[in-house]
Design a binder for this molecule. Structure first.
Ligand code: MG
Length: 175
């Protein structure tokens, strides 16, 4: 079986906070507000994974009212959420993400972010992609007051159509 999941998150950008995306700190004047470390991309990925596996959502599993999660490392939360997904029998096929912010430009940091996410999710880096977009100066993202992250993932478990096709192909080669 294969299942798609999607996640979205938006955090305000404020002075005196780090700007973290997928566990990578980017140079920026402002950073993400949040109860945890504010890593909007990590949060979107967590929701994509949990959604695909129908295991809940980040707000329910890591509630912002929980004092222990104050300034929490969002990549640790991601590893914890992925652990739940794995225990349910799923493995990640691929992850695709979009980050919308006016600055800084994401491209110089893309490969570091991909490496960080792929390491946490136990897949090769080519199974993870991240694209940066601006909002053309429009809305809270365009005005530099927020960062938005979107993530889509594909999970696979058991005898998915992809695995059946691969098995059939293998059998054909052998015969
Ligand atoms: Mg969040």
């Amino acid at each position: 079986m294969i299942k798609i999941g999607m996640g979205q998150d938006l955090h305000r950008l404020v002075s005196g906070r780090r700007f973290l995306l997928g566990g990578v700190q980017l140079p920026a004047e402002k950073g993400e507000a949040g109860h945890s470390d504010g890593d909007a991309l990590a949060h979107a990925v967590i929701d994509a994974l949990l959604g695909a596996a129908a295991l809940g959502d980040i707000g329910g599993i890591f509630p912002p009212s929980e004092p222990a999660l104050k300034d929490a490392d969002s990549m640790a939360l991601l590893r914890s959420a992925f652990g739940m997904v794995k225990r349910a029998g799923w493995r990640l096929v691929n992850l695709d993400c979009v980050v919308c912010c006016e600055s800084p430009k994401l491209l110089p940091f893309r490969d570091a972010i991909r490496a960080s996410l792929s390491e946490a999710l136990e897949v090769p880096a080519e199974m993870v992609f991240v694209k940066g977009k601006t909002a053309e100066g429009l809305g809270p993202v365009g005005e530099g007051r927020a960062v938005q992250a979107l993530a889509v993932c594909l999970l696979e478990r058991g005898d998915s159509p992809v695995m059946r096709k691969e098995a059939k192909h293998e059998a054909e080669i052998r015969n």
